[in-house]
Design a protein around this ligand. Structure first.
Ligand code: SF4
Ligand code: SF4
Length: 258
């Protein structure tokens, strides 16, 4: 008796492709993945296309055009489970900087012929448009966390993705705190774990690429950063990077901007 494998689709919206490449970068685990799941739609990996519906859709990128907004609804319709991957899909990405600016001014500076650019004034996460079953954070996402999400899907269980801060990972790997020991501003206390606390291990502060941790105390972090001479202007700039439009970072950056 043969059992039909679950069908996987990988979709791209406004993004750099780094998160979907994480799946191809699974190296030793890639054969295990393809033996358990049928890669049915993944233009980055293969031109072969198996028609939907799909059991699991991984969606990378944010919604930045009217066509994106229409297409994500179609993707939702053909997906039994939809997981967003990366800062663009879960928080609007670096391109959401336009949400606090004039997009026409940006396009006039960046493009020789801005009249050909057809874009929305905003970049928004996928969850602003359709129901999302799970959000996997990171810029880019962690390979290990992506494999955990796929494994959880295959075994009908919730993914084990901790929502605690990067500080916990510093403690687990025995890294001295760069903020306490060296006075380096670090976003680790308000950033979700997942990277293994790479930046502090190399004597630099975390800049928040995994987005907000659960219940981040941004007011407390701001107090610490002020002691190091960081202005509110620079705090706002730090909050508005890859995950600037995530609600926790967005609300704080708008409060400190006033
Ligand atoms: S270095 Fe940063 S992430 Fe690590 S414990 Fe200190 S504040 Fe937290
Ligand atoms: S320490 Fe912070 S900035 Fe560095 S990889 Fe981890 S989450 Fe990203």
């Amino acid at each position: 008796m043969t059992t039909e494998k679950a069908k996987l689709a990988v979709w791209k919206f406004a993004s750099c492709d780094g998160c979907q490449l994480t799946l191809l970068d699974a190296e030793d685990h890639l054969l295990d993945v393809v033996s358990a799941i049928d890669i049915a739609y993944f233009p980055e990996a293969t031109r072969a296309v198996v028609s939907g519906p799909y059991d699991l859709s991984l969606v990378e990128g944010s919604v930045t055009t009217a066509h994106d907004a229409e297409r994500i609804r179609e993707v939702r319709e053909v997906s039994k489970t939809l997981v967003t991957i990366g800062a663009c899909a879960t928080a609007g990405g670096i391109q959401s900087l336009r949400n606090w600016a004039d997009v026409d001014e940006f396009t006039s500076i960046v493009y020789a012929h801005p009249e050909y650019i057809d874009t929305l004034a905003t970049s928004t996460p996928i969850s602003d448009h359709v129901m999302v079953d799970f959000e996997l954070r990171g810029c880019p996402i962690s390979k290990h966390q992506l494999l955990e999400v796929i494994d959880a899907f295959l075994h009908h269980r919730a993914p084990n993705i901790p929502r605690h801060s990067v500080c916990v990972e510093c403690k687990l790997r025995g890294t001295n705190c760069v903020m306490v020991a060296q006075g380096i501003p670090c976003m680790g206390p308000i950033t979700q774990a997942g990277c293994g606390a790479i930046c502090p291990a190399y004597d630099r502060g975390c800049y928040g690429c995994f987005g907000p941790s659960q219940s981040p105390n941004i007011g407390s972090l701001a107090g610490w950063w002020r002691q190091f001479g960081v202005s509110d202007f620079d705090l706002v700039r730090a909050l508005r990077t890859f995950n600037g439009y995530a609600p926790e970072f967005r609300e704080a950056s708008e409060a400190y901007e006033r």
